[in-house]
Design a protein around this ligand. Structure first.
Ligand code: NAD
Ligand code: ZN
Length: 346
């Protein structure tokens, strides 16, 4: 259940009072410790004891060593099965805290209080928890829903602009795959700032939530959330291999542009819609240069994608604004054409 918090966090306090937790553990990283924890502690009303667990910020921390440290701290602090973990942070914190809570003593309860736009609209919802392994993302994890998700949009006030823009890509995706009105409302935002974005966060969260409720285990419609991510992930990985990482949302924006053109080549959308969508996305994102990457390297990553069953490359592609199909096999010829189209946009 998603709750947008008002300024006194009353719904969170009601929740803490209703349930009989033994103790609270609040997981933060160094940034959410500085910017978000004081707000949470200033508003949280509970007689329960609490401990702060802090990890360094960054994806590099989303690994098994950090998980072991957290399991050990919980053990040393005698966290029992009635303990509550509060994940206060971006997707790294909600993925990591969810994973640790869902495995410690075979599962203790946790709630997510996402503090980045990406974690509000995406990572905190959907019940996927996990850590990276040997440089592979999200290799180990569980499907476990948080007890609740509490969103305080004002946390975004301290978020760096690039992080805000990165999360906005997932909101655009939600509009494109499932809700034309949401899409139209988003692309009317001229200057990306929190005043423009905050009114649309709840709808974006509800879109993801609704998709996940229909298909928790990603057997069918949940695959639609992968729109823009097939090519986007490949490019994100290539940048990472170069030692020059880009933000996830920037790669997804690139992926959505390329896959929108692919949808047009596959005759799923009209030329008019294709142009309109691509122009709208480009308004917000800087051009991500893929000139250094060879088509063969991109294809080799596409073939390794988790979503592929056999040796075919499966896409989730929009079939209109607000509609999407999954498991669409596309020819190498069309994929190459779509990548070429993107290269020439520069
Ligand atoms: P993140 O958690 O690393 O946060 C980005 C940066 O913003 C960090 O430096 C963080 O300390 C800082 N930050 C967070 N909140 C802040 C605030 N309010 N003010 C100032 N700084 C703040 O990254 P993210 O983009 O939120 O999430 C990315 C992670 O989410 C990835 O690991 C990805 O795999 C995961 N993810 C998971 C799912 C899922 O379904 N479980 C979905 C999408 C992404
Ligand atoms: Zn994503």
């Amino acid at each position: 259940m998603i709750t947008i918090l008002n300024d006194n966090f009353s719904e969170l306090n009601d929740f803490l009072q209703e349930k009989s937790f033994s103790k609270i553990f609040i997981l933060v990283d160094e940034n959410t410790h500085e910017y978000c924890l004081p707000v949470l502690l200033g508003n949280m009303e509970t007689d329960l004891g609490f401990e702060i667990l802090e990890i360094e910020a960054g994806e590099e921390m989303k690994n098994v060593q950090t998980a072991i440290q957290l399991w050990e701290i919980l053990t040393e602090m005698q966290a029992d099965r009635k303990a509550l973990v509060i994940n206060l942070g971006g997707g790294v914190i909600t993925d990591m805290g969810g994973f640790v809570a869902s495995t410690y003593k075979r599962r203790i309860q946790f709630i997510n209080i996402p503090t980045t736009l990406l974690s509000m609209c995406d990572a905190s919802i959907g019940g996927k928890t996990g850590i990276d392994l040997m440089h592979y993302k999200n290799m180990v994890g569980t499907f476990t829903f948080p007890e609740r998700i509490f969103v305080y949009p004002k946390f975004l006030e301290t978020l760096p602009f690039k992080e805000l823009r990165s999360g906005f890509a997932e909101m655009l995706k939600h509009g494109l795959i499932a809700d034309k009105i949401h899409w139209k409302n988003l692309v009317q935002i001229n200057k990306l700032d929190i005043e423009g974005i905050i009114p649309h966060i709840k709808t974006s969260m509800e879109i993801k939530q609704a998709v996940v409720e229909k298909d928790f285990q990603e057997k069918n419609i949940r695959k639609n959330l992968n729109f823009g991510h097939t090519i986007g992930h490949a490019v994100e990985s290539l940048y990472l291999q170069q030692g020059n990482p880009v933000l996830h949302g920037e790669a997804v924006a690139m992926g959505m542009i390329t896959e929108t053109y692919l949808a047009y080549l596959e005759e799923l959308i009209s030329e008019g819609d294709c142009i309109l969508i691509i122009e709208s996305i480009r308004k917000y994102y800087p051009y991500l240069d893929i000139g250094d990457f060879k088509d063969d390297d991109i294809f080799s990553l596409l073939l390794n994608d988790k979503k592929n069953m056999d040796s075919h490359i499966n896409f989730s592609l929009i079939s209109g604004i607000g509609a999407c199909i999954f498991d669409k096999q596309c020819s190498r010829k069309n994929i190459t054409k779509a990548i070429d189209f993107y290269r020439k946009l520069n």
